[in-house]
Ligand binder design. Structure first.
Ligand code: AKG
Length: 384
């Protein structure tokens, strides 16, 4: 944010020099992978096979220039509004202007707090212990708040702009190419890496349910799109270990022990300009470091699954209550996508809207009633 009021005066402490070298070398490795460029289609209108090949090989692909300046401006306006409406501290009922704060009164957990530059999950049993190694926690400035919000889930109910990104026709074409025309939703969030304060997300693989399944394969736990409002750098972005999505559940603790450092030598950073969108396989080993840089990173995150990965599967427990996901549950959780497609049609009438196959014969109208229906929609997230 260009007119950010705060100067940042922090660094990575005793790890600063090593971190700088790691960022430089990592960016060089990232750009050598051959997995970035605009979303392209072949003559038959299918997502270009070279994209699918590179995504399959690396476990991620950087789509360049997907979101245009008008859409980015919408997202930024919503993001500033969200920041303004956050509770003054964890469990507070009001924002800094004394209004009812964002998320207050909702049943689902939406706001995730951490100490500035802290690592809330690494080395703990939280989230099924899937973040086994604690990341280095640099010291924050003396005037930093006790805690900051680093993740907002159920974000479509807080931002119409994020809802519209969710319905981007080219991104949904990619979702269909990878997960089938009947692809199903996962969840949505905003990851916020404030300069000098943003928390780390320790190395992990997403996915809980299918690691030991006879049907396990590299795509069974789905993927996330990560749309970048301000772009991202090695210092504030997500890092991934290319190809690790194909290796099953890997021993992250052993990887870090073998490297002698949490700076995994094979990992590469996602490096993006504003408006780039990364697709990231949820099984790839990934994480992000505390943001001691001067740059904001705001990621509009949203994921999709194969229908066969969720239908009849017992999921939940991490993002919401455990349940067996039947067709009715998947249909109910897919309704926000119908609203999103219509919201996008209203805002960008020149675009050809995406046709979501499972909604054939149904009509969705984005209006005040639909917006009200999004309240707590993430209680139905399909969490596997
Ligand atoms: O954005 C980040 O820093 C972490 C993202 C992540 O871990 C995820 O989407 O699973």
């Amino acid at each position: 944010m260009g007119d950010s009021p705060r100067a940042v005066a922090v660094d990575y402490g005793s790890e600063e020099a090593a971190m700088r070298a790691y960022c430089e070398a990592g960016a060089r490795r990232a750009f050598a992978l051959g997995n970035r460029g605009p979303i392209r289609f072949d003559a038959a209108g299918r997502v270009h096979p070279s994209i699918l090949e590179a995504y399959g090989r690396c476990g991620f692909y950087v789509f360049e220039g997907v979101l245009q300046p008008d859409e980015l401006a919408d997202i930024e306006a919503d993001f500033r509004d969200i920041l303004d409406r956050l509770p003054v501290e964890r469990d507070a009922l009001v924002d800094r202007r004394g209004r009812a704060a964002l998320g207050v009164g909702l049943e689902a957990t939406t706001l995730y707090w951490a100490r500035p530059l802290g690592d809330p999950f690494g080395g703990t049993d939280l989230a099924g212990g899937r973040h086994p190694v604690k990341m280095f926690e640099p010291a924050a400035a003396a005037d930093a708040p006790k805690e900051v919000v680093y993740l907002i889930l159920g974000s479509l109910q807080f931002s119409d702009a994020a809802l519209r990104v969710y319905a981007h026709p080219q991104l949904l074409a990619v979702a269909a190419a990878i997960n089938g025309d009947d692809f199903a939703p996962f969840n949505e969030g905003l990851f916020i890496k404030e300069p000098g304060r943003g928390a780390s997300v320790a190395w992990h693989q997403d996915g809980l349910t299918h690691w030991d399944s006879p049907d396990w394969d590299e795509g069974v736990h789905g993927f996330n799109f990560m749309a970048q409002l301000y772009g991202c750098t090695p210092a504030n972005g997500v890092w991934v270990v290319p190809g690790s999505h194909r290796r099953g559940k890997v021993d992250i603790r052993a990887m870090v022990a073998a490297a002698g450092t949490e700076r995994l030598p094979d990992a590469v950073p996602l490096v993006c300009q504003p408006g780039d969108v990364v697709i990231t396989n949820r099984q790839v080993v990934h994480g992000s470091f505390a943001n001691t840089s001067a740059d904001w990173r705001v990621t509009v995150n949203f994921g999709f699954h194969r229908r066969s990965s969720v239908l009849g599967v017992k999921g939940g427990g991490l993002h919401n209550a455990p349940a067996v996901y039947d067709a009715a549950r998947i249909d109910a959780r897919s309704r926000p996508l119908g609203y999103a497609i219509d919201a996008r049609r209203q805002r960008f009438p020149h675009e050809t809207p995406f046709v979501y196959r499972p909604h054939a014969g149904q009509t969705f109208r984005w209006d005040a009633a639909a917006k009200a229906a999004l309240r707590d929609y993430n209680l139905l997230d399909l969490s596997i």
